[in-house]
Design a protein around this ligand. Structure first.
Ligand SMILES: NC(=O)c1ccc[n+]([C@@H]2O[C@H](COP(=O)([O-])OP(=O)(O)OC[C@H]3O[C@@H](n4cnc5c(N)ncnc54)[C@H](O)[C@@H]3O)[C@@H](O)[C@H]2O)c1
Length: 329
């Protein structure tokens, strides 16, 4: 486990529950002591070099801030360690492409952690989209609003990597989960028009407000809003089709559908808990380590596609124009 912060601890607990032995790499002494106090560790190292040298492993999980993902990913792949890599792949598209070269050279499998793909309600949404339950789709509105100061009550948000551009924080990169879902549902768009900016009073040097207008050749139009200041936190996606509307929400945990045929809302309610998507992802990683073949739920290429949209968004904001995806390489 490389990185013993919020998600690293979660993955470590989930892997231990699946019967794995865990060794930790974490530069902060207090975090190393905290993890060692809460679970059995077979190694506890301040650097990745020391961790890799200490013993043989079946695989590695990278759960450090995004600016370390390239160098740490390259080191693990060079050591032929199958990787579970937390999202985003890297802060920049070019770095993600460099990691792809390392993965191809190593031939080692890599599963990417856009974990909402393992969230049963979104799997249901995807089935409804494929079945055209609400007819030809015209517009989708994605919203993810979450005030940064509420994320980790145990630390100052200014000290969290999310506050720092140098470490790979900010709404565009961190909330790129929603860009990934867009691509998972509809594939790559034609163009993007964007604002990627800092507009709140948060004491951070990253973007905290992202608005994207996205167009597809099919005529489908998307609006996406991501922010780090919204209270109460809100996550929803609303799909408008010729024959109705489908709305996914985190709270309530449901997929609601209205169609012209029914002229009423039907609601599919879910009992799943947030940790379930992480368990789903980690179980898929373990099956990969056991030699499972076949398509992966989330790949390095999927993460590169997300960063291409993010790069188009940055360019659009900087130049005040609509940017075609095919012009971003
Ligand atoms: N899939 C998801 O839903 C999800 C959820 C949370 C976080 N994440 C991703 O996981 C990563 C970590 O996020 P977090 O919320 O756990 O952050 P965090 O700040 O809580 O934890 C990061 C940890 O990495 C450690 N670290 C810093 N430099 C390191 C290095 N060189 N090597 C190893 N560890 C290092 C930090 O000390 C810290 O303990 C980010 O990429 C984030 O986007 C994904």
């Amino acid at each position: 486990m490389i990185g013993g912060g919020s998600v690293g601890k979660r993955h470590a607990r989930n892997l231990a529950a699946e019967g794995c032995d865990i060794a930790l790499v974490e530069p902060r002494e207090d975090r190393r002591a905290e993890l060692a106090g809460g679970m059995r560790l077979v190694g506890n190292h301040a650097t990745l070099e020391a961790g890799i040298a200490a013993r043989r492993y079946d695989g590695a999980v990278i759960a450090s801030p995004p600016s370390f993902h390239l160098v740490q990913g390259q080191a693990c792949l060079a050591a032929r360690l199958p990787l579970f890599l937390e999202k985003p792949v890297c802060p920049r598209l070019a770095d993600a492409q460099a990691l792809k070269i390392a993965a191809a050279t190593s031939g080692t499998p890599l599963l990417l952690g856009y974990t909402w793909r393992w969230w049963p309600p979104f799997q249901s949404v995807r089935r409804h989209l494929a079945a055209q339950t609400i007819g030809t789709l015209r517009h989708v509105k994605f919203t993810l609003a979450a005030h940064l100061a509420d994320w980790h009550p145990y630390e100052r948000y200014q000290d969290f990597f999310m506050a720092s551009t140098a470490l790979g924080g900010g709404a565009l990169l961190d909330e790129s989960h929603w860009i990934d879902l867009l691509l998972w549902f509809f594939g790559p768009p034609r163009d993007v028009m964007a604002r990627v900016e800092k507009i709140s009073d948060l004491d951070i040097d990253t973007d905290d407000n992202v608005d994207l207008l996205i167009g597809y050749d099919s005529g489908l139009r998307i609006s996406m809003h991501l922010d780090l200041y919204g209270r109460p936190h809100e996550k929803f996606v609303q799909f408008s089709g010729e024959k109705g509307t489908m709305r996914w929400s985190e709270v309530p945990n449901e997929v609601a559908i209205w169609t012209t045929d029914s002229n009423a809302w039907s609601r599919e309610a879910f009992e799943c808990q947030r940790n379930d998507m992480f368990v789903g992802a980690i179980r898929e990683f373990l099956s990969l380590l056991s030699g499972r073949s076949g398509p992966l739920t989330c790949t390095l290429d999927d993460g590169i596609a997300v960063l291409r949209v993010a790069e188009a968004a940055r360019l659009s904001h900087a130049q005040g124009r609509r940017v075609a995806l095919q012009d971003v390489s």
